[in-house]
Design a protein around this ligand. Structure first.
Ligand code: UFG
Length: 329
């Protein structure tokens, strides 16, 4: 397959590129490098620096490269930032996708896999969450991702584009090589923040709320290894190549861990005491998010290989302990 990976220098994008190249596929990357890193670009991928909101850039790219499937990661993804800067999210996530779809229609590229999120559900009515459960996002990030899904639905119906939307739960971990991993600026995700403590960059981890209706009072999340997410993208691209219909899939392990449990596993993995302090709740955090991924398993044949939280955190630690400043010096 000839695959165009938009946002292939970002966290999940770079891991998917590594997996595609390991699987022998031809990969072209486009990334504006605003949140992605040149060092995360796989040396065997062809790289174009550019922005999906730039129609001339996309037209030139599609004219030059023969593309079978687009995998679209190029979006802003910080929940807190989306609340304070919603227009940035509408511009990059929605306007960017509109320009991309215009360019795909013109170029006759008719298959796309794209990143969606558990944030499309908002506060779930039940767990595990199924794909046809109500979608009521509680922040602009989730809202723009849900709107992207709807844009694909209507544009796909009108112009014959087939899509797979992958709703990730909590992406974490790093490539087994230790060459690429998670690097956000600012960092807001639990596991990289915890690992800043044994790395000497933070004195303690804050636990945002211990009065939720969960077994130890802290929030429950479904942590899914980024390498397993990467495999789902390959399967989704193959599914579309084989003529599969447009569809939406949850991607998680179906097992929830509390914040305290994650901290405990990080203590065991790193051998560091990792002091923790309970602080007030963070606005907008649902008490529990756990996926049902039965549909991805049945329809795509997805089979996550790295479900153990110990293994996930060990892989993250391999990356963070050797790259305490991410891709920086
Ligand atoms: N948390 C802490 N302390 C911290 C950081 C996080 O206690 O310093 C807690 C949060 O309150 C939450 C849990 O750890 O309960 C996980 O938080 P993350 O920020 O790592 O992840 P979220 O569950 O908030 O967000 C993830 C993805 C988003 C996606 C969202 C879906 O990162 O992209 O799931 O709701 F939108």
């Amino acid at each position: 397959m000839n695959i165009l990976v938009l946002g292939g220098a970002g966290y999940i994008g770079s891991h998917t590129v590594y997996a595609l190249i390991e699987a022998g596929q031809n990969v072209v990357i486009a990334d504006n490098l605003l949140t992605g890193f040149e060092q995360a670009v796989h040396p065997k991928a062809k790289f174009y620096k550019g922005d999906i909101r730039d129609r001339a850039f996309l037209d030139a790219l599609f004219a030059k490269e023969h593309i079978d499937v687009v995998i679209h990661f190029a979006a802003c993804s910080l929940v807190g930032e989306s609340v304070t800067q919603p227009l940035k999210y509408y511009d990059n996530n929605l306007c960017g996708t509109k320009v991309l779809l215009e360019a795909m229609v013109k170029a006759g590229v008719d298959k796309i896999v794209f990143s969606s999120t558990a944030a499309t559900y908002g506060e779930p009515k039940r767990v595990p969450i199924l794909e046809d459960d109500p979608t009521e996002p509680t922040n602009p990030y989730g809202e723009t991702k849900l709107s992207m899904e709807k844009m694909f639905k209507w544009v796909g119906a009108a112009h014959g584009i087939r899509y797979v939307s992958l709703r990730y739960f909590n992406a974490c971990g790093a490539h087994e090589s230790g060459e690429i991993g998670e690097a956000h600026n600012p960092e807001s995700h639990l596991i990289p923040l915890i690992l800043q403590v044994p790395n000497g960059k933070r004195e303690f981890i804050s636990i945002f709320g211990d009065d939720y209706p969960t077994k130890d009072g802290t929030c429950v999340r479904d942590y899914i290894h980024v390498t397993d997410l990467a495999q789902a993208h390959i399967l989704a691209a193959q599914y579309l190549m084989a003529g599969g219909e447009s569809d939406i899939f949850n991607l998680g392990n179906g097992v929830g861990f509390t914040v305290k449990e994650v901290v405990d596993v990080a203590r065991a993995v790193t051998g560091h005491p990792i002091p923790a302090r309970v602080e007030p709740r963070r606005a907008g955090d649902p008490a529990q998010l756990i996926a049902s991924s039965e549909k991805a398993k049945t329809v795509l044949g997805w089979n996550p290989q790295h479900a153990s939280l110990e293994e996930i955190i060990a892989s993250a630690w391999k990356w963070h302990s050797t790259h305490p400043n991410g891709y920086g010096k």
